[in-house]
Ligand binder design. Sequence first.
Ligand code: XMP
Length: 506
Amino acid sequence: MDRIVVLDFGSQYTQLIARRIRELGVYAEIIPFNKEPDSENLKGIILSGSPSSIYEPNPPLPSEKIFELSVPVLGICYGMQVITHIFGGKVAPTNKREYGFAKIEVVKDNKLLDRGIDGSTVWMSHGDRIEKPPEGFETVGRTDSSPFAAIENKRERVWAVQFHPEVHHTEKGKEVLSNFVFNICGAKPDWNMGNLIDILVDRIKRGVGSKRVIGAISGGVDSTVVAVLMKKAIGDRFIGVFVNNGLLRKNEPEQVLEALKKLGVNVIYKDASELFLKKLKGVVNPEEKRRIIGHTFIDVFSDVASKFEDIEFLAQGTLYPDVIESVSVKGPSATIKSHHNVGGLPEKLNFKLIEPLRELFKDEVRELGRQLGIDEKLINRHPFPGPGLAIRVVGEITEEKLNTVREADEIVIEEIKRAGLYNKVWQAFAVLLPVSSVGVMGDKRTYENVVAVRVVESVDGMTADWSKLPYDVLNRISNRIINEVKSINRVVYDISSKPPSTIEWE
Ligand code: XMP
């Protein structure tokens, strides 16, 4: 199968480059900037962008041998500056970042930017810029503020662009990448999700050898896909651990166990709900809740793991958005925020980490899950945070409050499903607020709790918009919660987007 390799210099968009190429039906793989790609079936190399500047001390640079592999190379943004620097051109630091839209003018016939691309909108996001292209390079595209927005060296088979063809804002971005991959590299579109299963299973087999692997299963799509891949690769040498932390939704433990059983995954069930609730007693601060839940989880998980002697690996369902949102990411990516799924377990447990889904986006994982025969209901399940209902009960957690939020949550989900909206929204849930308000029921004054309903639309959870639900759906949700859930006399709808709000209330 033909391969395009993306060298990762730490851009937030690196995975997007790989993803766009996979969308063209060609297998794309990401490797760190300083590694040399394996030449087997290699058709082309792309150098990603980066938050770094070629001017800083020790800028990230690739091995120059990549230019001797006889495959075309495309540099994007920082990748273009790397090429200019290596081939002896001039990059100048600017104190003004160019950020936003520009129009690309194609100034010479070339294979990368065909005439159809001329005059289209491109997305710029860079600090340094090219002052003088290297010897042997010709300018093929320019914008108002970048006279050398695209360059080529046909003899060396090297191309570079200042703009980002991988982002949606670049109108003809897909055409640019397609020209590179097909017209320049001559790659065949012979990749699909079925192949990906073989590739991942093969990687797991080679990585694990004859050892055993343990992994936590939450019942969500990511960890379930990992578990099924593991089972396919190494059979019962994968041990899945499902911990009930007492913070799950109504009937969730039973449903998860049932689904895993159907998939034939080897799973150990550990009900640790009492322990979690004991540790969370009296805790109000959300970060403190997260910390306690994280630590308690590690303790429970380690306890299960310690019963086995020969486990060498820990499998995790980390996805690409978790990776870029994480501080613990190894590589030159700029930090966005500390995240929950990445880090934690492996450091404490002395296991080697396997993250088969690390390069994928959620929708790709869902597609993979379908191919693996996982039930559609599970595949389309909304994301559910690791700390569970603990971050949906604002303030101190008690069994009673958890039950209240469970009942309210079930109603929200039922009504969203009944309205045919479940698969259209990213998440829908109830939050129990530590607020009492006055109400009137019958002739009596009540003083009871408030539930906030949160329904958001999003592509990846990194940004989100509140869902403009029809009034009758909101009405049913509100009526049912107030009538059916004890101790609730008021329901409010959250109309905040992310950013500046987050999806969860915590
Ligand atoms: P926020 O609240 O940060 O959430 O806007 C973004 C997305 O991440 C989910 N989330 C988590 N997922 N472990 C997870 O696996 C967590 O600790 C966690 N915290 C938030 C959240 O539900 C939303 O989809």
